[in-house]
Design a protein around this ligand. Structure first.
Ligand SMILES: Cc1cc2nc3c(=O)[nH]c(=O)nc-3n(C[C@H](O)[C@H](O)[C@H](O)COP(=O)(O)OP(=O)(O)OC[C@H]3O[C@@H](n4cnc5c(N)ncnc54)[C@H](O)[C@@H]3O)c2cc1C
Length: 380
């Protein structure tokens, strides 16, 4: 996003972090976006992006001053504008940091978090299944049996991104008693190099191939206190769920902005005929700007645990997914055959936008949660 196309709230943000991310996005990331789409995991670029502070801007500073969710969202949008897969991995790394920081567990918040924030180590999140389980869409796939000093975890998660042999991610297991009944849930950081963990390659996806996404299988994985983020997990999830969902809006905003950019790129040559299309760039830009302004307002209170606030966050996230689907599709209509080339970012963006719509919380999941929470809010 050029400063000229930013809404006032957006333009008022400190420019240095955003400028640093933009320089990487428009330079080396733009050069690698095609390779990333074809399956290259951009570990060096992710580390460079992390080192700018882009994936930790939302975390509280060492001096106790609060983090800035707006900055983290805008930074993610800058990368997603060029490469949605990279924007998604920034979200993975960003929420992994949030899990560690919010745990209050000194074993997670000390040097491990510092290395994560500096981008020396990378991680992700395996909360799709737990989030869907809390929304009664599916049951928990990991089971934790209490043992001396911790738990033994068994089960498998079908897809977790931003992983490698020495990476880690936050996830939740059902704690089961002797008869196999779930008594509560506990959240922990799963280390990919721990004994009992196997990463298996996933089948080929239509997009997001370079996101380091694996199926993760756990066979008697021991989880000790140094890896526990929250036990029980539910009160902790209630605290971080707003920030978790809100941060994803950066991906949606960036992909929509990239789509609008590519409509303008052909306006001189094709405007005479493109004027007959729906979802023209000026209209989409106005809608995106007001959505971004709304997201940045919500980003000022990410730890608001009220139901009304969370419904608002879910609604903004759903609007973002719908807008980026429309924008990416319209960009393809605007660009025509040149946008349909395999080398074109325009058709890649259609697949990236589809991912924003299906990754947890997917549009259908968002609408289900909004309906459920709205019913709870209504007086009996
Ligand atoms: C590229 C990619 C990256 C992802 N990264 C992460 C991540 O980092 N962390 C994370 O927690 N989740 C991740 N996910 C999972 C994602 O967030 C969704 O949970 C997942 O796509 C299933 O959601 P759904 O709405 O399709 O489930 P539903 O429509 O509710 O489907 C029901 C069930 O069927 C399963 N299912 C559907 N198709 C298949 C299939 N072909 N083979 C086996 N099972 C199937 C689903 O997993 C789900 O449990 C990723 C998914 C993809 C495609």
């Amino acid at each position: 996003m050029n400063p000229a196309d930013l809404p006032p709230e957006l333009a008022a943000q400190p420019a240095d972090l955003i400028a640093a991310v933009r320089a990487i996005a428009q330079g080396p990331l733009a050069e690698q976006a095609y390779a990333i789409d074809r399956g290259a995991y951009p570990v060096d670029l992710l580390k460079r992006l992390a080192a700018t502070g882009a994936m930790s801007a939302h975390l509280p500073r060492a001096d106790g001053s609060p983090g800035d969710y707006g900055q983290a969202i805008l930074a993610m949008a800058e990368a997603s504008r060029v490469c949605g897969a990279t924007g998604f991995m920034m979200w993975c790394q960003g929420v992994a940091g949030l899990y560690m920081q919010a745990s209050g567990n000194p074993a997670l918040t000390g040097e491990r978090l510092a290395r994560h924030v500096r981008g020396e180590t990378l991680g992700g999140t395996g909360l799709s299944n737990p989030m869907k389980s809390f929304a009664q869409i599916e049951s928990l796939l990991l089971k934790a049996t209490p043992v001396d000093g911790g738990y033994l975890v068994n089960g498998a998660l079908p897809w977790v991104s931003n992983l490698g042999p020495d990476h880690y991610f936050g996830t939740i297991a059902a704690v089961v008693d002797g008869s196999g009944h779930t008594v509560r849930e506990m959240m922990f950081m799963l280390r990919c190099d721990a004994r009992g963990v196997t990463l298996k390659p996933c089948p080929e996806f239509s997009g997001m191939e370079g996101t380091g996404t694996y199926s993760v299988q756990c066979k008697d994985l021991f989880v000790g206190s140094e890896d526990i983020a929250a036990d029980p997990a539910r009160p902790y999830i209630a605290r971080i769920r707003g920030g978790f969902v809100l941060l994803q809006c950066g991906m949606a905003a960036g992909i929509a902005q990239g789509a609008i950019d590519s409509m303008w790129a052909v306006e001189g040559q094709l405007g005479h005929v493109n004027q007959y299309l729906e979802d023209r760039p000026t209209d989409l830009q106005a809608e995106l700007d007001s959505l971004v302004a709304r997201i940045l307002t919500l980003a000022q209170t990410p730890f608001d645990t009220s139901t009304d606030y969370f419904i608002d966050v879910l609604d903004a996230r759903a609007h973002g997914a719908e807008l980026c689907l429309r924008a990416a599709n319209s960009a393809l209509m605007h660009q025509g055959a040149r946008g349909y080339l395999m080398s074109s970012d325009v058709q890649r963006r259609v697949r990236e936008a589809q991912f924003v719509a299906i990754v947890t919380p997917a549009i259908k999941h968002l609408r289900k949660e909004i309906a459920r929470l709205s019913r709870e809010e209504m007086p009996a």
